[in-house]
Design a binder for this molecule. Sequence first.
Ligand code: DGL
Length: 266
Amino acid sequence: MNTRAIGIFDSGLGGLTILKAICRVLPKENLIYFGDTVNMPYGAKSKKAVTRYSLAIAKFLEQQHVKLIIIACNTASALALPQLQKQISVPIIGVINPGARAAAKATRNGKVAVIATEATVQSKAYLRALMRLQPKLHIIQQACPILAPLIEEGWVHKAAGQLIIGNYLKKIAKSGCDTVILGCTHYPVIKHFIARQLGKQVRLVDSADVLAAEVKKQLTEQNQLNTRGHGRLKIYASDDPLRFKRLAKHILGRELSKVSLKKLAL
Ligand code: DGL
């Protein structure tokens, strides 16, 4: 039994889709979430910059004595995970491998598409993870550079937002892929729009459920589960906590009691 919290971070609100899954599977765990809203979007940044931000957040979480850190951001997982594992003493888990495992399991025709930020696509992290699992897969990638900011701004419901989403999905709709990885933790927020564009025959997968199940398994095996906790949640944002609180309500479906401002030591 270990009552220490689990640390979760993302560039902004997207990682709340992972937090939701963790709360569902591990309701007694205490959680600390960090949204690096001042540096968002990570998807348009260099590996050096994303690693610097991620390291600063991981150090902050380490100081909070978390027992595990979840990088609830595909971009940071793709670019910074190895460096973080080298420099941080707490175990760290990313979202790329769980997402790839979910897709490799879901596909029937062996054609998988990945939609993600520019940086995640350029890193080829999903390509490598999928090829390791099933070397014969046919994989296509599509970068959606302004999709995460569009979601943070709440623009997906507007006509311009719909047009942009349609444009990003054009190539995938024609590709014959039966499985699409939502390779950015912001995208599950608009899953229904994406499903509408691609049709029922296409399975949409993301890392959240597989990752939550893996975290539970890992903590159980290591005897680190919190079995008597009350699921306390602390949320930090590196910019405008009130805005974060307002937007988080749409993702979590409930009001957060408090979001604290925490400037990163970069
Ligand atoms: N939610 C993040 C991801 O999974 C990044 C979005 C961004 O900051 O560009 O990739």
